[in-house]
Write a protein that binds this ligand. Structure first.
Ligand code: NDP
Length: 383
């Protein structure tokens, strides 16, 4: 029986993770559950799963919460308490944005397996995250479906076997929209993802393809593959979750109908496979599988993010923070859709650069990018 701390239990990945736990109560139990501000939703989950700890990261413990089983806490420190809980063997990090970084570092330093949905942790501070795992004895296992696919394709591969990683991207809801109409799309349009139901931030990232750039950087650190051997390809059906090309020319792909429950289960059970009751794959129902190049002129955020990865140091943290701010402004109706990439481009070109040698370096770059992007967007004409 493994104890699982779920950071971000009230979100999309958190909810899918609890569905996975429901199918394997003999293998996994929730020992800590956290929310950002949604105390009432967390209260419902705590009553059902009876974790040892429930945390509201930014807000108050709901009145009437707490019983003999669950200790309730509030605040950032309490989030780190959940990430390092002594009963947790696995910490599923399903937080959104750079807010996930410190919990990832804390869990790895405490020797936990981190089932990582929060790709932003690796993007902001890849080298620090890998160093924390090495020093603390922790382990990173990806939850992102693309990286889970790659991990599965790499089973049995030796160092030197891999020629290229091919990440698939759905292309989002605007893949075929005439570019001149992008300035007029609404948050509602952008939130209608064609193949995946996800939280708001990652859904917008999928519409701009900033998500795919975050994933290229994530793959670089997770699998130690140089950027020039990681490519993205648009695959609108989201059936092939990613591919690995070997040096002999063989290409391995991992496939299935889109669901996050399978990669979550794999990250929890890895390297074991556990039975799971979900919609069985039917290649005939899946239909034709098509692939297209990523059109960077339509999705400039993708190219900016990959370039930030290549630049290295604190550039990926600046890319990530500028993107987070711009996405929030777009969702609030204060910035147009193309303003997201424009704001990222502005922040990256204004940033002086520097190494990401410490957490302070990363947090400084993150704070600078947030200020710069907020100022930049406030100077633009209202949409
Ligand atoms: P959601 O917005 O659905 O859920 C986020 C969860 O984290 C909620 O529990 C939320 O609490 C909590 N949270 C948000 N911000 C903070 C913060 N600053 N501090 C503490 N807690 C916070 O997000 P998703 O589940 O969609 O995504 C989570 C991560 O997984 C992201 O990094 C995303 O890119 C990645 N991912 C998601 C996929 C998906 O299918 N959803 C697929 C692949 C990757 P509250 O409910 O109180 O707001």
């Amino acid at each position: 029986m493994k104890g699982v701390a779920i950071l971000g239990a009230t979100g999309s990945i958190g909810t899918s993770a609890l569905a996975v736990l429901d199918q394997h109560p003999e293998r996994f139990r929730a020992v800590a559950l956290t929310a950002h501000r949604n105390g009432p939703a967390l209260q419902v989950l705590a009553a059902r799963y009876r974790p040892a700890l429930a945390v509201v990261a930014d807000g108050e413990v709901p009145s009437g919460a707490g019983d003999g089983t669950t200790a309730w806490r509030a605040g950032r420190e309490a989030l780190l308490e959940a990430a390092t809980h002594p009963d947790a063997d696995i910490v599923l990090n399903a937080l959104v944005g750079a807010a996930g970084l410190e919990p990832t570092l804390a869990a790895l330093r405490a020797g936990k397996r981190v089932a990582l949905a929060n790709k932003e942790s690796l993007v902001c501070a890849g080298p620090l995250v890998l160093a924390a795992a090495e020093r603390g004895g922790g382990e990173l296992v990806p939850v992102d479906s693309e990286h889970s696919a790659i991990l599965q394709c790499l089973a049995g591969a030796r160092a030197g076997d891999v020629r290229r990683l091919l990440l698939t991207a759905s292309g989002g809801p605007f893949r075929e929209l005439p570019p001149e109409r992008l300035a007029h799309v609404t948050p509602g349009d952008a939130l209608r993802h064609p193949t995946w139901a996800m939280g708001a931030k990652v859904t917008i990232d999928s519409a701009t393809l900033a998500n795919k750039a975050l994933e290229v950087i994530e793959a670089h650190f997770l699998f130690g593959v140089p950027y020039e051997r990681i490519e993205a390809v648009v695959h609108p059906q989201s059936i092939v979750h990613s591919m690995v090309e070997m040096v002999d020319g063989s290409v391995l792909a991992q496939m299935g109908f889109p669901t996050m429950e399978i990669p979550i289960l794999y990250a929890l059970a890895y390297p074991e496979r556990l039975p799971y009751d979900t919609r069985r794959f039917d290649p005939v129902a899946a239909g034709a599988l098509t692939f297209e190049p990523v059109r960077t002129e339509r999705f400039p955020a993708f190219a900016l993010g990959v370039q930030a990865g290549l630049t290295g140091g604190t550039a990926p943290a600046v890319f990530n923070a500028a993107n987070e701010v711009a996405v929030a402004e777009f969702l609030a109706g204060r910035a147009p859709f193309p303003g997201i990439a424009a704001a990222i481009g502005h922040a990256l070109s204004a940033w002086s650069g520097g190494p990401a040698a410490s957490l302070d370096d990363v947090l400084h770059a993150d704070a600078w990018a947030r200020r710069t992007t907020t100022e930049y967007l406030s100077r633009q004409a209202p949409c």
